[in-house]
Design a protein around this ligand. Structure first.
Ligand code: SF4
Ligand code: FES
Length: 373
């Protein structure tokens, strides 16, 4: 039966909401006592020596919380080289953020850890290079392994939530099981076993670091063994090898979507390797607020959402799952940061990944190099 009456109101226009960031990666310094060949920090460090002051970082944390950020990850380089680390952790804690310290553990001692715990540190992630001191110290370039063991004991006794992470590469991947057992023995609540991401020094040293397909296959099986043995007690995260995959990683869970990175000099970046991308329009935290940078800067808007995507991503069902992969990897391999990540089997450039593995094996140096100091 037709009903007469006033016209119903027009539906309100749907205004698309820009994403709200939840995580801040605060790269306090690129200085570090270790010399790992897989370091993802920029190769050219001169632009990053003018580090933000304590007051700058306090303002960055204020602005990050104002934007909605809930987690502050203090990273580097080695963030313990900043004497103001506990003050900054304390500031983030008072703002209500979950605080995480990503460290080599080498400069840690009981007094430093006590100060961090008192300031409100919630979680500590300790990196290890290998299962035994010999190869671990050879890779790190200093005698670090026993100091990490002592740091792990302090962290365990402190009651902090504790992750042990190891980066896997051709030189240690066949010891994945032993590395995982060491993390368990050191009392980790969470174990992260991650294949090398090839940025910065890692990209430069990929001939030495890239594992073979057979090594990756063995690692996958070893990770399953570790999961079956310890997965009921602790969380185990295995980060797959991009160069041996058929689909890309969801890098940063989408560009300008959830996380922002502040480099030691204050550059605000959508990911830790974005500084290398040409003409990105990076803005420094000394020049504008984080809110202006997050919402309005060319750098954060360049690859936000899906409108920028080329074929085959633009029509692909997985574009909201992997966001077209990694812009930095696409740039490094194809020269075009807007290309589909070659890690995807649907990319016209997918053959570059297998080619890089073959080229790395052919050019493998006799020893793994060290990052210069
Ligand atoms: Fe992801 Fe693009 Fe590949 Fe689809 S075509 S799986 S969106 S990278
Ligand atoms: Fe930059 Fe993946 S590391 S987008």
């Amino acid at each position: 039966v037709p009903v007469s009456g006033p016209e119903p109101p027009a539906p309100a226009a749907i205004v698309p909401r820009l994403p709200v960031p939840t995580g801040l990666l605060a790269e306090l310094t690129y200085r570090c006592p270790l010399r790992c060949a897989y370091c993802s920090n920029p190769v050219e460090l001169s632009a990053y020596r003018d580090e933000l002051s304590t007051m700058d970082w306090r303002r960055v944390l204020d602005e990050a919380r104002g934007l909605g950020v809930l987690q502050a990850h203090f990273s580097g380089g080695e963030p313990l080289l900043r004497p103001d680390l506990a003050e900054l952790v304390g500031h983030a804690h008072v703002l209500g953020m979950y605080t995480n310290l990503v460290t080599s553990g080498v400069p840690l001692d009981a007094a430093r850890l006590d100060a961090l715990v008192a300031a409100g540190l919630d979680h500590l992630q300790l990196s290890i290079q290998d299962a035994d001191a010999g190869p671990a110290d050879a890779f790190a370039g200093i005698r670090a392994h026993d100091r990490k063991r002592a740091s792990a004991a302090l962290v365990r006794a402190s009651g902090l939530a504790f992750t042990v992470n190891a980066v896997l590469h051709a030189g240690n991947i066949d010891r994945l099981e032993a590395i995982a057992e060491l993390g368990v023995a050191w009392g980790a609540d969470r174990l992260e076993l991650a294949h090398t991401q090839y940025y910065g020094w890692g990209w430069r040293n990929r001939a030495a670091l890239m594992p073979s397909a057979a090594q990756v296959e063995r690692a996958r099986a070893a990770a399953q063994t570790v999961q079956a043995r310890h997965g009921h007690q602790i969380e185990i995260v295995y980060v797959a090898a991009d160069y041996h995959a058929d689909r890309p990683k969801p890098c940063m869970y989408g560009w300008g979507s959830r996380q922002l990175v502040v480099a030691p000099n204050g550059d605000v970046l959508p990911c830790l390797a974005a500084g290398q991308l040409p003409d990105l329009g990076v803005v420094n935290a000394r020049a504008a607020s984080l809110a202006e940078i997050w919402y309005e800067s060319p750098a954060f808007n360049r690859f936000r959402g899906t409108a920028w995507m080329p074929d085959p991503c633009r029509a692909c069902d997985l574009r909201h799952v992997d966001f077209g992969g990694c812009r930095c990897q696409a740039y490094q391999l194809t020269g075009d940061p807007a290309a589909t990540d070659p890690a995807c089997g649907l990319s016209a450039h997918h053959g570059l990944m297998a080619g890089a593995v073959t080229a790395a094996a052919a050019a493998r140096p006799p020893a793994i190099p060290r990052r210069p100091r």
